[in-house]
Design a protein around this ligand. Structure first.
Ligand SMILES: Nc1nc2c(ncn2[C@@H]2O[C@H](COP(=O)(O)OP(=O)(O)OP(=O)(O)O)[C@@H](O)[C@H]2O)c(=O)[nH]1
Ligand SMILES: [Mg+2]
Length: 435
């Protein structure tokens, strides 16, 4: 029998009548990709995102009834949940409650087959959920509530489980650091040899691997299921003019509105984007123009945050075959203002349209960029240095400083008050660092 889920969102912008629907559609599609049937989709408009249950209590009661009547196993929320909200909602609904960050991680987990992806996903999951586990422990042993999981676990076992997670986080981080150093060494060697690197980045399902296969003659996995590609793939661009051709890199897809912590967790993939000589930012034009605008804006902002210079980016609008002349015009006029500072081109990777133009423009841009680089050599900060910068250290500190929380649960001043009626005053205990 298909597992059943409901998806929902707290709308923070009462003036937005379009975007939230598209965001919910995407949330539904991602939940379905995990194998769930969506039984109901709900929203509530409120500016009070820090509320105890995220939603107002009337809505929580209404949803609890639906969950019980329809035997719902999972509630997926678009909003990012604090650990307290996740725990409060899990208790109120008596089922699992996850946000879009966790949803994405679960899909990653299902798709991951290689060591690098598995390690990066594990680190992201444990870092995200550690404060929640701590809260579960604190709640359980301060006598404040039933537990939705780990039921029957003794306090000592719980304590050692938390310690075990901390140890594992440290070990996975060290393993990733070794892999990141190896990768950076490989990148530097390629740079020394003068090999140019073109990275294809963009949203999942944009057609990145389809283009990669077309340009390299490879046969990597392509499909509608999100995140078909997790670990980067490398191959030389096919060329018959005898000149050494650039190395093409296919990377993991983005999700709109994704938490920067999760993006940062894919440190090794980010290195490919950051160090590439040219980045093709690919976007499928099979979405509503409004949503495309939002996706392009978010994606370009993200690349900026990662540290990819505007001049090294070329926007590639794919799936041209799905747009007729009218809708193509509409899309281009909507996206035009965002693309002003960028080189861009339209293709259909599936129908092999616009490919020669894309290749020529890319090679021309590479020549132009390397001529510029020869005259001014910009300092390049290794990505692994960026990863241990202030924000990531803050995340570390939050994990280690929170670790004393468990030991302090017997102190009434340290207990988490789940019955607190002040819906507006809740602090974020697991506020993510920004890139
Ligand atoms: N109509 C149409 N479909 C395309 C085009 N390019 C790719 N697709 C389809 O889009 C889907 C996703 O293609 P992929 O190449 O796997 O996309 P991706 O960006 O690598 O996706 P992830 O690996 O999940 O990040 C597949 O079903 C492709 O056949 C195109 O130009 N037109
Ligand atoms: Mg792919």
């Amino acid at each position: 029998m298909t597992r059943q889920a409901i998806v929902g969102m707290l709308r923070n912008d009462p003036h937005d009548h379009v975007l939230f629907k598209l965001q919910l559609n995407e949330l539904e599609a991602l939940t379905k990709a995990l194998g769930y049937e969506i039984v109901e989709t709900f929203t509530q408009t409120s500016l009070r995102t820090k509320a105890r249950y995220l939603f107002r209590s009337g809505k929580v009661d209404e949803l609890s009834r639906v969950i019980e009547d329809k035997d719902i196993e999972l509630v997926v929320l678009y909003n990012e949940l604090t650990s307290k909200q996740k725990l409060n909602l899990s208790l109120a609904f008596n089922c699992e409650v996850i946000d879009r960050y966790e949803l994405t991680l679960r899909i990653f987990e299902e798709m991951a087959s290689d060591k690098i992806s598995k390690l990066q996903i594990e680190l992201a999951r444990e870092r995200k959920l550690y404060p929640f586990y701590q809260l579960q422990a604190a709640t359980k042993y301060s006598g404040l509530g039933r537990q939705p999981s780990w039921a029957g676990t003794g306090e000592f076992a719980f304590h050692s489980k938390l310690k075990g997670i901390q140890k594992r986080i440290g070990k996975v981080k060290r393993e990733i650091a070794v892999l990141a150093n190896d990768k950076m060494r490989q990148i530097r060697e390629r740079q020394k040899l003068g090999t140019k690197m073109i990275c294809i980045a963009g949203y999942y399902n944009a057609g990145k691997t389809t283009l990669f296969n077309l340009l390299t003659g490879e046969n990597k996995l392509v499909g509608d299921r999100p995140f078909k590609t997790l670990s980067s793939k490398y191959q030389r661009l096919q060329s018959n003019n005898g000149v050494e051709s650039p190395l093409l890199i296919d990377t993991i897809g983005f999700v709109v509105g994704l938490d920067p912590v999760l993006i940062k967790a894919f440190e090794l993939n980010l290195m490919d984007m950051k160090e590439a000589d040219l980045l093709l930012f690919m976007i499928g034009i099979d979405d509503e123009p409004d949503y495309l605008f939002h996706k392009l804006k978010f994606g370009l902002h993200l690349l900026q945050e990662i540290g990819v210079e505007t001049s090294r980016i070329m926007i590639v609008l794919n799936k041209l075959d799905l747009a007729n002349d009218g809708s193509r015009e509409k899309i281009l006029s909507k996206l035009g203002p965002l693309m002003e500072q960028y080189d861009w081109t339209c293709i259909s990777a599936k129908k092999r349209e616009g490919i020669d133009e894309l290749t020529n423009k890319s090679l021309e841009k590479l020549r132009h960029l390397s001529a510029r680089k020869d005259s001014v050599a910009p300092p390049v900060a290794p990505v692994h240095e960026m990863m241990t910068s202030q924000s990531s250290l803050e995340a570390e500190r939050s994990v280690s400083s929170n670790s004393s929380h468990f030991d302090a649960v017997n102190d009434p001043h340290n207990c988490v008050n789940l019955e607190d009626d002040n819906e507006d005053e809740e602090e974020d205990i697991d506020k993510p660092p920004t890139i």
